[in-house]
Design a protein around this ligand. Structure first.
Ligand code: ZN
Length: 252
């Protein structure tokens, strides 16, 4: 079984289209949240992802944009984008966002199957940025392979029980579609982040995603170039903050 992992699309329709065009063969789609917020096409993105599969966890922007939680904790740019998104979302899409499940969820029935979360396995709003935070999330036990998003940084962490390792894909180009495959060891435990489809922050502007293969026990981290200019123009035309358009070209 091959699962396409999508996270942090953030209403970037052009990036989502590129990901679906470039994605290797897969049987299912697991979505790790923050479908909306920041980008200019929230209704179109929700429409598209709803047609892709049934496995979702909610992100903090999904909650804020449907009014489930307030925006007091958001920085001014994120808060402005969340208010704009609330105004343009259809009533049906707001209702759909409100029913997204809190992570972690386990898409397969097998107890050893992977879990999917937005933040950490313990707290949907926690950022896993260090090996210490990864350890904290995995210390309670559970399956060996776990997926998360929220940081917008592709890669993750692994432990063999003694050492911790930071995993960062090593790509050859800056602008082409690329894949970097990692074989998972049977004795190790993993927290893996497919990266952000719509607003990468790891210095690479290309849309990020991943494919997990249960039979081969491998993960393919992928990047795909997308129509950046249209995504930026849509943000500016919508009256969203300029910074949300400019940051996309730097992947920061
Ligand atoms: Zn996000």
């Amino acid at each position: 079984m091959r699962a396409l992992l999508l996270s942090d699309i953030h209403a970037n329709l052009q990036a989502l289209h590129a990901v679906l065009d470039h994605a290797p063969a897969h049987d299912t789609v697991w979505n790790l949240g923050d479908i909306v917020g920041y980008g200019a096409n929230p209704n179109e993105v929700i429409e598209r992802v709803r047609g892709l599969g049934t496995t979702f966890v909610r992100g903090n922007h999904d909650r804020a944009c449907c009014g489930l939680t307030g925006i007091e904790d958001f920085n001014p740019v994120a808060a402005r984008a969340a208010r704009w998104t609330q105004c343009v979302l259809s009533a049906e899409h707001i209702a759909w966002l409100r029913h997204l499940p809190q992570g972690p969820v386990q898409p397969l029935s097998d107890a050893a199957a992977p879990r999917c979360a937005h933040g950490s396995l313990l707290d949907e709003d926690e950022y896993i940025l260090t090996a210490r935070e990864a350890w904290h999330s995995l210390a309670a036990g559970g399956p060996p392979v776990n997926f998360f998003g929220h940081t917008h940084l592709q890669g993750g962490f692994a432990t063999d029980g003694e050492q911790w390792y930071r995993l960062t894909p090593d790509y050859e180009t800056r602008d082409d579609a690329e894949t970097w495959e990692l074989s998972l060891s049977s004795g190790a435990r993993y927290l893996l982040n497919p990266g952000s489809v719509g607003q990468p922050r790891d210095g690479d502007w290309r849309a990020a995603f991943a494919v997990y293969d249960t039979a081969r026990r491998s993960i393919e981290f992928c990047r795909a170039p997308y129509d950046l200019r249209t995504a930026q123009e849509n943000i500016l035309r919508a009256g969203l903050p300029d910074r949300l358009a400019s940051r996309l070209k730097d992947g920061r």
